[in-house]
Design a protein around this ligand. Structure first.
Ligand code: ADP
Length: 274
């Protein structure tokens, strides 16, 4: 059709187009609402520490101007508030980056066992602070998956960190990785288990919502942003995996991530080096 009339031609009467438009509008409205809620929540989360910072600045310029002890204490609190804002911004940026890439499946092969021992080492100091031992149980075999190494580290760091934060001082955190048969080949099931107060059943379905917290004060005390499990959910989705939460209140919580194993790809990339 070289006449250039393509765009002006009357549309063929196909009902599909109309139907799609209706569907899109509903989905679009819902996603606009979610975006608006998200922006409102994020602004509120940032405004809280900011208001506290402004208050301390005023006090330091006024009533506490010549009080060295108060200055020392207030500056300490202000530092903590600034760190909280910076954590929140980091989490917001990670979330938006992962969300943008959620349809792109990562292509490199990484070993989950290496990632989990890295996570255990990184969180060692926090565990030690709380007199918690992180155990890592594997069957000794490699667990290769297609994934983004940094995101998988982030995913398991968030889960283990939550177990350390909410699991209770002096309790163990058990990380276990096991091979399970799946519908299309084997899967790796990684579970992170704590023996803390657990989570009441009514909260379980909402845990991965952005800014959802069971106990807001407890989350703030632990330096939480309320975005950890939302980030976890998106990383799992990008890796075409599954996330499961189980909890018996009073006995602890177990978060399990299942990812397809990629044994063939692992043979290709690992054995060439041997
Ligand atoms: P936060 O930054 O508040 O930790 P998350 O998204 O990581 O945010 O977790 C959301 C909420 O889920 C937490 O505030 C906490 O109430 C609850 N939670 C997460 N992990 C656990 C756990 N292992 N035990 C008990 N509660 C948990």
């Amino acid at each position: 059709d070289a006449s250039g009339s393509k765009g002006a031609a009357p549309a063929p009467s196909k009902p599909d187009g109309v139907l799609l438009t209706f569907r899109d509008l509903t989905a679009q409205r819902r996603s606009e609402q979610m975006r608006a809620d998200f922006v409102a929540n994020a602004s509120h989360e940032l405004r809280t520490p900011l208001a506290s910072l402004s208050g301390f600045i005023e006090t330091l310029l006024g009533p506490a101007k010549n009080d060295a002890a108060a200055r020392e204490r207030f500056l300490g609190i202000m530092g903590a508030q600034a760190r909280r804002m910076s954590r929140l911004i980091d989490d917001l940026l990670s979330l938006s980056r992962i969300e943008l890439n959620v349809h792109v499946r990562p292509d490199t092969v990484v070993d989950l066992c290496g990632i989990l021992s890295h996570v255990r080492d990184t969180l060692g100091p926090l565990a030690q602070d709380r007199a918690i031992t992180i155990t890592l149980e594997t069957d000794g075999s490699a667990m290769p998956v297609r994934g983004d190494r940094d995101e998988l580290i982030r995913l398991f760091e968030n889960l283990v960190e939550n177990a350390l934060k909410y699991g209770g001082t002096g309790q163990n955190v058990d990380v276990r990785i096991a091979r399970e048969p799946g519908t299309q080949g084997d899967v790796a099931a990684v579970s992170v288990r704590d023996y803390g107060p657990g989570i009441a059943p009514e909260h379980l379905p909402r845990l991965t919502e952005r800014f959802y917290r069971v106990d807001v004060a407890a989350s703030r005390d632990q330096g939480g942003t309320g975005l950890g499990l939302a980030i976890v959910k998106h990383i799992v989705a990008r890796h075409r995996g599954r996330l499961m939460v189980e909890s018996t209140p009073g006995k602890g919580a177990t978060f399990t991530v299942r990812l397809d194993l990629s044994d063939d790809a692992a043979k290709n990339s690992v054995n060439t080096a041997a």
